[in-house]
Design a protein around this ligand. Sequence first.
Ligand code: AMP
Length: 559
Amino acid sequence: MDGHKLGYKGNDVLQELEILTMNAKAAQERILRKILEKNHATEYLNKFMNGSADISAFKSQVPVVTYDVVQPYIARIAAGEQSSILCGEQIVELLRRYIRDLGEGKGMYLLFVKAETLTNAGIPVRSVLTSYYKSPHFLHRKHDLYNRYTSPDEVILCPDIPQSMYCQILCGLVERQHVVRLGAVFASAFLRSISFLQKHWRDLVNDIRIGQLNSNITNSTCRVAIQSFLALPNPEIADEIEAICSSGSWKGILGRLWPNVKYIEAVLTGTMAQYIPMLEFYSDGRIPLVCTMYASSESYFGVNLRPLCNPKDVSYTILPNMAYFEFIPLEDGLKLTEDNEVVEKDKLVSLVDVKVGCYYELVVTTFAGLYRYRVGDVLQVTGFYNRAPQFKFICRRNVVLSIDSDKTNEEDLHNSVTRAKKILESRNQHLLLEYTSCTDTSTVPGHYVLFWEIKSTHEHEGATPLDARLLESCCAAVEESLDYVYRRCRAHDRTVGPLEIRLVEAGAFDALMDLLVSHGSSINQYKTPRCIESGPALKLLNSKVVASFSSPRDPEWTV
Ligand code: AMP
C-alpha cells in the first residue's frame, strides 16, 4: 500500500483484502460457481443453460444484456410472481476505514432515506441506501469507534428530508468539538446540507441557545431523538457558532465550525467531481477530501486503497468476492457499444485479464438475479493491487446529465425536449431550431439547463413577443417526461432544482459549431453535442443568452 497511509485499524479486514486480491482469479471462479449453483434453476438462466450449472455453459450461452432484457422479469416479480424466476440471494456489504486518531471522535455523516413505493404485489421499491439504513445490518450494527455518528438513527430514518437535515446538522453542531469526520454518501448531498446550514443557522443557533427545538420540526420521532442534544440551554456553543457563521465569507467555514475534523468523505468521482471546487471552497483546501467506495444497487464493486490521494487520482480496487465481473473492451479508446448492439460473448474479458491503460465497460453477474448485466459504467485500468485490477471511474455510458442520483441519458433528454417542443410549436409562432444542455451547480441544489435557439415563424410581421408562461410550461413538460428518479429527486427529495431553459440569440448554435470545429471537430461529421460540460463552449452559449425561464411547479413523481 502507499505512503499516504496514516494508520491501520481493522487489520482483519485488510488481511482479508490481501488474501482476496492475491487470489482474485480463484475468488472470481468461486463466486461464479456459487452464483450458478444458487441460480441455475431460475427461469432466466434455465432458458440459456438448460438447467446446467456449468461455468463453461455460462460462458458460452449467457448473453450480455442491458436493463431492457431484465426489466420484464422485474415487472413480473413486482406484479407478484416468485422472485425465483430471476434471483436467489441478497448481496453482502463490505465497509472499511483507516486514518489515525479517529478513535475518540465522531463522524457527522449526513445520511438520508429516500421515498419508497410499493409494487402492486406489495414489494417495496427503494434505493439501495434506504434499504440499507432500514436493515438490521445498519440499525443493529455493532458499535465501534469507526461508526459513531452524530446523527441518531431515528433522525436518519425520518422521511421528511428538511426536518432530518435540520436535526442532523443540529446534532453535528452541538458536538462540534468531537466531530473528526464529515461526510455524506455523495458530495451533492453534503453540499446541499451546507447550503441548508447557511440558510438556517440562525434558527439552529437559537435552538441550541435556549435548549429547545423550534416548532417547525414537527416529526415526533426526531423531536424525541434530539432531546438529549438539547437537554440544557447551551449559550456558549450558540455564541461560538453565531460568531463563525455571521463573520463574512463562508470560505473555509467547515474547519472553523468543526475544528478537529480530519477529512471529508463522499463520492467525488464521476459526475460528483463537479462538486469538488465547492467543497474546496468550504474547506479552504485544507481538509482532505476522501473518496472511499464504488458501489451500486446492482452490487458493491470496489474500494479506494489510497483514501488520501487527490480525488482526481482515485482508483478503485475491485473486490473479487462481490460479484462475477467481466469487461467489454472499448476499442478505439472510448468508442462505446450502443445499448442495442449485441456484444459477442467471446469478446468479454475476465477480471484478472484486463490490461493496464485500457478502457472497459463493466458487466456483472450477481447472486440477486443479474447475469452478464451491463452496469453502464466505463472504467480504465490504472494498475493492479496483487492480482486484482484497479480502475479509474471514467463515465457512465450515455448519461449526459446528473445532479444527484438522477441519471439522464441522451435519449431521455431528447424525448423530453421533443415533448416540450410540441408545446412551443403548438401555436405556430415559434420553432425550436437547436438545443443542448448542461448542469448548473452554482445553485444549490443544482439544476438542469437547456439552451434553446428558437425562431419566430412570423418574422415578417415583427418579432413575436416571448410568452413567459409558454416557456415555463415547456420547462415543466421536459421535467414531466424525465424518468421517475429525476422527478423524485426534484419533487420529493429536493436534491435537484427547477429545470431552466435559457433562450440564446439567433446564430448561437452556428457560433458553437464554429468554435468546436476550430477545436478539432470534423465539420462533415459535426453534430450538436446534447450536453456541454464546461469550458469555452459553455461560456460562449452563456454569453448569448437573451432570456431564461424556470419550471414553475414540481413534476409528478409517484410511479
Ligand atoms: P445506483 O445504482 O443508483 O446506486 O447508482 C450506481 C451508479 O452510481 C454506479 O453504477 C456509478 O455510475 C455511480 N457511482 C457509484 N459510486 C461511484 C463512485 N465512487 N464514483 C463514480 N460513480 C459512482
